[in-house]
Design a protein. Structure first.
Lengths: 128, 303
């Protein structure tokens, strides 16, 4: 009996390794939410804002909200978690954004802003 | 990092392009089109949709409409929509000197300018309900005499101005979407010919097939879709008389598949007649095939 060529075994090898590959991909993906490719996160984050955005139900809708938020001055990188309706905005160093500005951008994108939670630093409006 | 579409998607796009070109070459109709729903469009968002439709009717009638739709979010509530047939081609059998010959009328179709305004918006996390009336004007940009050997209603353009009004509604959730439209399309007479006014009632349901887990990193979504299109159209009239074979009622059910990413998406839909009432000498609708490709662009220019 002759053995099949090695390349014919590749699909079989893939099937055997598929669960492991899928787990590895999930692990990577869990740290990489849906990203805006136009603004890669090359800066060290100076702060982060988590914004609940209501009304976003499809990837098509994600496009509008991520584009709008990433156009804000001070936004370095924006990602969106569809299930939680959560926009994650990484700020540039020295960025000054206010809650009201974020809410305005969300409304302009045709959605409804919810809670806004700041991870360092505080919003400009809250600074002394 | 720029996400490149998977190889299978590229192959599917090429296949779509091939089908579109093949349909152009074959030339084919009066197209039943999917409707603009009340789905949210962000201010500054531009959506470009290409919708080639192929239809077949009894008596050798075939139609092809290469429809282009541009949707622009002018403000958070106002969307401006332009629908136009860059190419429309109708083919029909005509009896001439005792022989049946196959003729085609090909050219540019009409354009519809529409404005849609969202009057009700109920947003939750991962869901939204919208209600948006829509008004529009049909501009007779089409060729109403592309082939003088064929009847007026087979020409690519109507040659008539018209008005359109509709009420659209949508309910989107993470796992299913429902849309509905009720509308009326009226025509003004042009060159002694008047197209029949039509009442339309459409409904669509999209069910998320994959992925069911919508955590982080959702690259795209596959939906199964089922759409219903009902239309009741009056007789066309020429010089004050009803034109035989025009008008009637048609109810279509349209199963399909949809793939959507943030920037682009496509859909393939079959248009299948469930019930139809045709006028004497009118043709029966056999089937239709609709392909849709969508691109999203973004601009900071808006109201």
């Amino acid at each position: 009996m002759t053995l099949p060529p090695a390349r014919r075994l590749l699909p079989l090898l893939f099937l055997l390794l598929h669960p492991a590959i899928a787990r590895a991909a999930d692990a990577v993906a869990s740290n990489q939410p849906m990203a805006n490719p136009a603004t890669p996160n090359t800066l060290a984050p100076a702060g982060e804002v988590l914004v609940i955005v209501k009304g976003v139900a499809t990837p098509f809708a994600v496009f509008g909200i991520v584009k709008g938020l990433s156009k804000m001055p001070g936004a370095a990188h924006v990602s969106f978690n569809l299930q939680r309706g959560l926009a994650d905005i990484i700020l540039k160093p020295g960025a000054h954004l206010s809650d009201e500005e974020i809410r305005r951008v969300v409304r302009t994108a045709s959605y409804t802003p919810g809670d806004i939670r700041w991870k360092t630093p505080l919003p400009a409006a809250a600074l002394p | 990092m720029i996400r490149r579409p998977p190889r299978r998607c590229l192959v599917a796009l090429w296949l779509l392009a091939f089908v579109w070109i093949a349909a152009l070459a074959a030339s084919p109709a009066r197209a039943q089109l999917t409707f603009p729903g009340a789905s949210p469009v962000s201010a500054g968002n531009i959506v470009l949709r290409e919708q080639p439709v192929l239809t077949s009717e009894s008596g050798g009638f075939q139609g092809f409409n290469g429809q282009t739709i541009v949707l622009y979010g002018a403000s958070p509530n106002l969307a401006l929509i332009t629908e136009g047939d860059l190419i429309a081609s109708n083919m029909a059998n005509v009896v001439s000197n005792g022989k049946t010959v196959r003729l085609a009328a090909t050219g540019i179709g009409d354009t519809i300018q529409e404005a849609r305004y969202t009057v009700l918006q109920i947003d939750g996390i991962g869901s939204t309900i919208r209600l948006a009336p829509l008004v529009g004007v049909t501009v007779p940009t089409g060729m109403d005499n592309a082939n003088g050997q064929l009847p007026r209603d087979v020409q690519p353009g109507t040659g008539n101005w018209g008005a359109r009004a509709a009420l659209t509604a949508s309910w989107q959730t993470l796992y299913w979407n429902a849309e509905a439209e009720v509308g009326y399309h009226a025509h003004a007479p042009g060159a002694g010919y008047l197209y029949g006014n039509s009442f339309v009632a459409d409904a669509a349901y999209h069910y998320l097939l994959w992925p069911r887990d919508l955590g982080n990193d959702v690259p795209g979504e596959w939906y199964a879709s089922l759409e219903s299109n009902y239309s009741d159209t009056g007789y066309n009239r020429q010089y004050g008389r009803n034109v035989t074979g025009t008008g009637g009622q048609l109810w279509l059910l349209d199963p399909g598949i949809i793939y959507g990413e943030a920037v682009w998406g496509f859909a393939l839909t079959a248009l299948l007649p469930v019930q139809q009432t045709v006028t004497p000498y009118g043709s029966h609708y056999n089937y239709g095939l609709l392909a849709t490709v969508r691109w999203s662009l973004f601009t900071t220019h808006h109201w």
